[in-house]
Write a protein that binds this ligand. Sequence first.
Ligand SMILES: *Cc1c(COP(=O)(O)O)cnc(C)c1O
Length: 372
Amino acid sequence: MKLCELAPEYIRAIQPYRPGKPISELVRELSLNKDEVIKLASNENPLGTSPMAKEAMIRALSEASRYPDGSGFELKGALSEYLGVPTEQIVLGNGSNDVLELAARIFLRPGASAIYSQYAFAIYPLLVQAVGATGISVTARNFGHDLAAMLDATTADTRVVFIANPNNPTGTLCEGRDLLRFMERISPDILVILDEAYDEYLPEANKAHSIAWLKDFPNLVITRTFSKAYGLASVRVGFALAHPDIANLMNRIRQPFNVNSIGQAGALAALQDVEFVKQAYTTNRSGMLQMTNGLRQLGVEFIPSYANFVSIYINGESVNALKVYKDLLHQGVIVRPLSNYGMNHHLRVTIGLEAENYKFLVSLEQSLKEIA
Ligand SMILES: *Cc1c(COP(=O)(O)O)cnc(C)c1O
């Protein structure tokens, strides 16, 4: 259509984000029984949602005709207390995706550049491209962020650096002291967005405790989410922690009601359900052990992961990974192909419940035989 040709070239060139296949779609496509299908494709919480959060959301439904509290007063207050960060440094978002975008949009425009690591979360290049800025992808080291190379890649036009820690889809981790050194060295005129969507899955010894750095680095933005360990992916709640002046700019450009009241109520209750998050952590630890032991037994290589998923390497031709992906679908197992990350040999598998991990491993063994 002629009108579309008037849209900027950088908009028309965008390749849409490819999410994990929903269970309902696979059931439709292959006429499978819904109960036989397991989804290990979107790093969702296999325990579901905290019962406390569910109850709170059901209660909130009775007020669905009202606009939500656009200031997120209660949720921000609870986060402030829980994290020890003043409310004026907290920005709520429709998922952390929203706050990532707000932070990026403040500083990016055509002519400005943003830096991210090769194999970093696919949303970053999308956000950068959507505002016509230039994305600089820095070659990874062992599938993880090469912080020294990322520092070297900054130019006079660089306004934003994205760091996912742990990273999705590789599960790699930057050490806290390396991140701190990065913050000390990078220009204070460059915003560093530290995406900690999987922080709750880290053992204490691996946590960067980056929140303590906010007071020293006004150019640091930390993002967290209720989508993973808190089990609330569907209701879309995330938040950013930033210097009050940065938070203020983010609040000015966000939609006035960007977090719905069901999500606010669910997140508030989920934050109180400490037991649920603990259980999510321990379930993931034991599931990761079960998964990696099973993979070793099958002779399948994988990238050691600090998150709630693991990316596995499928030997042989690069079409093999796609073949295994498709064969797994026929067995009712949904995982994530990574060809859009340029990782044609890899598949990403979310850690599920014990029975799900077992079904995946058995199905994988079968698929590997199929393609051999
Ligand atoms: C899942 C994920 C998020 C969270 O996205 P939401 O919008 O909060 O659901 C953010 N960053 C990374 C790296 C992720 O994998």
